[in-house]
Design a protein around this ligand. Structure first.
Ligand code: AMP
Length: 538
């Protein structure tokens, strides 16, 4: 296979999949010939009366969701939005968020999966990079996203529309004199921009194409043997890659029901109980869900629990199995690559590994830093395949480092092969990318360090993960300052003034006379991470 064309050479911000790979993925029947809206319409036509989404704030059948999203697409077109226009999404897990998702796709627009928690620092940068034309927000949260969206339009010539959940446009899908929403999109065209959690600087943009993105989700649903009777709960943010792939698209690829809860177990577990949920994905923030008094009622119809985001404590696995719940693991990323422990995987593989690749055409390698394959032991997980990105958007220089010469994506995760009963499984052993995984939200250490250095009294800085029982990790900043020590409140004021998303604010400050360095002059983050781990566990 040829290496992906570099955008540095083509001048195009989009890196295409190599032509021979596209041919193989289609010939193998993995990539279809339809866009995501066309796929959704086909399923909706097959199961019109079945529940498509049951959320905390309402429910819709497939027929209702199909019609409502046709009307939204027509309304968006009538506003003057045109195919290819990027739309920033800052919404949480509501019924209307799913409506907005398919409506925007049906209008041929490109959702940009920003987070409700993002603020001016992130939105300003991302929206300019992709040339966002509309900003979709929800009203009524503690932070006024609607006012924020209007503010973001200032000095931002492309960002012309603010769309608000609850007030989304609604028009006749086939107006006599207006534009008809397009339904003839390119299955290999960009459907969605996801955001990377694991690179340097502010998040990189991951373009996901219609056929490969739908395939990713359909292959995920197939892995678990889902059918139209599957009722799948999702409690973590829906506009993440995991939310779209594992919940929205995967469930709808089989005609199943998405039971859309929120991260709050007090409201989501009763919803799961009422809706007789059969499967749930639990992210790291919910690794203690089985201790909740409402868990057993929620688990009455559950057959399978999929755990993802961090190493699974054996205690959790035992607690689920003691209730007769099959438990397994998933490894996934916005860049593509999914690994999962299939239903027939032996218990040890389900407990200790993240399983095997989702697709028969996924290629997984565990590499040494010099790109030699690791025979035995730990190396960097690298992958190439029918739903893994061939390059970040508009990031030629970064792409040079993020991919091997033959087009394998370097995940920044450390992994090892584990052989169990003659089968090879992947075990995740840590990471080399410099980030903090705060309950599933990835925080880029370098981004936080650069923000800290903008404080007039900070002259040295190193940001490391600090262990946390609930979130897994939080952000600890080691700083060298001029003058008296900086309080945490002062640092947080600084981040607030820079309009940075709150989940990225340092949660502990440690002062040093000097930042320690290794023999080769690099910041010794290992020593600092060990130091803070010792401090918080003593
Ligand atoms: P995101 O793109 O935000 O979904 O983050 C993907 C990253 O989350 C991966 O590169 C890993 O670092 C981490 N991750 C995802 N699943 C797992 C897992 N099962 N175990 C450990 N880390 C994981």
């Amino acid at each position: 296979m040829t290496a992906p064309a570099s955008p540095a050479r083509t001048g195009d911000p989009l890196v295409p999949y190599p032509a021979d790979a596209v041919r193989r993925y289609r010939e193998a029947g993995l990539w279809g010939s339809r866009t995501i809206p066309q796929e959704f319409r086909a399923v909706a036509a097959r199961y019109p009366e079945r529940d498509a989404v049951v959320a905390l704030d309402g429910r819709m059948t497939y027929a209702e969701l199909d019609l409502r999203t046709d009307r939204l697409a027509a309304g968006l077109a009538a506003l003057g939005l045109r195919p290819g226009d990027p739309v920033l999404f800052q919404v949480t897990n509501r019924l209307e968020s799913v409506v907005a998702w398919y409506g925007v796709l049906k209008a041929g627009l490109v959702p940009v999966a920003t987070l409700a928690a993002h603020r001016g620092h992130e939105i300003g940068e991302i929206s300019r990079r992709v040339g966002a034309v509309a900003h979709l927000v929800e009203p009524g949260g503690r932070f006024d996203l609607v006012a924020f969206a209007h503010e973001q339009q200032r000095d931002h010539p492309t960002l012309r529309h603010v769309l608000v959940l609850g007030e989304l446009p609604d028009a006749d899908p086939v107006p006599a004199d207006g534009p008809v929403p397009p339904d003839d999109g390119d299955p290999d065209g960009v459907a969605v921009h996801q955001l990377s959690g694991g690179t340097t600087g502010v998040p990189k943009v991951i373009p996901r194409r219609h056929a490969e993105y739908w395939y990713n989700a359909a292959a995920y649903a197939r892995t678990w043997g889902w059918t139209p009777d599957s009722r799948v709960a999702h409690l973590i943010p829906i506009i993440h890659n995991a939310g779209i792939v594992c919940a929205v698209h995967a469930v709808h690829s089989v005609g199943g029901c998405l039971v859309l809860g929120s991260p709050d177990l007090d409201e989501s577990l009763p919803l799961m109980a009422r809706e007789a949920v059969t499967q749930v994905l639990l992210g790291h923030v919910h690794y203690r869900a089985a201790d909740h008094p409402d868990f057993d009622a929620a688990a009455t119809s559950l057959t399978r629990v999929i755990l993802s985001g961090a190493k699974v404590p054996p205690r959790l696995f035992d607690a689920l199995e003691a209730r007769g719940l099959w438990s397994g693991q998933l490894f996934g990323m916005g860049e593509g690559m999914f690994l999962a422990t299939r239903p027939d995987a032996p218990r040890r593989a389900r407990l200790e590994t993240v399983g095997t690749a989702l697709s028969p055409l996924d290629e997984v390698r565990i590499l040494e830093p010099d790109s030699e394959e690791v025979a035995d032991g730990v190396g960097e997980l690298c992958c190439r395949g029918p739903y893994t990105l061939p390059g970040y958007y508009d990031a030629a220089e970064h792409n040079e480092r993020a991919f091997t010469g033959d087009g394998f994506y370097r995940t920044g995760d450390l992994a090892a092969w584990v052989e169990i009963d003659g089968e090879r499984y992947v075990s995740i052993e840590g990471r080399i990318k410099d980030l903090i995984n705060r309950g599933g939200e990835k925080i880029n250490a370098e981004e936080v360090e650069l923000l800290l250095l903008r404080h007039p009294r900070v002259s040295g800085v190193a940001v490391v993960p600090m262990p946390d029982p609930r979130l897994g990790e939080r952000t600890c900043a080691y700083v060298v300052v001029d003058g008296p020590e900086l309080s945490l409140a002062e640092v947080q004021e600084h981040f607030a003034a820079l309009d940075v998303a709150k989940f990225k604010w340092p949660e502990r400050i440690e002062h040093l006379a000097e930042i320690p360095r290794t023999l080769v002059g690099k910041i010794d983050k290992k020593a600092l991470a060990a130091d803070i781990t010792a401090k918080v566990s003593s």
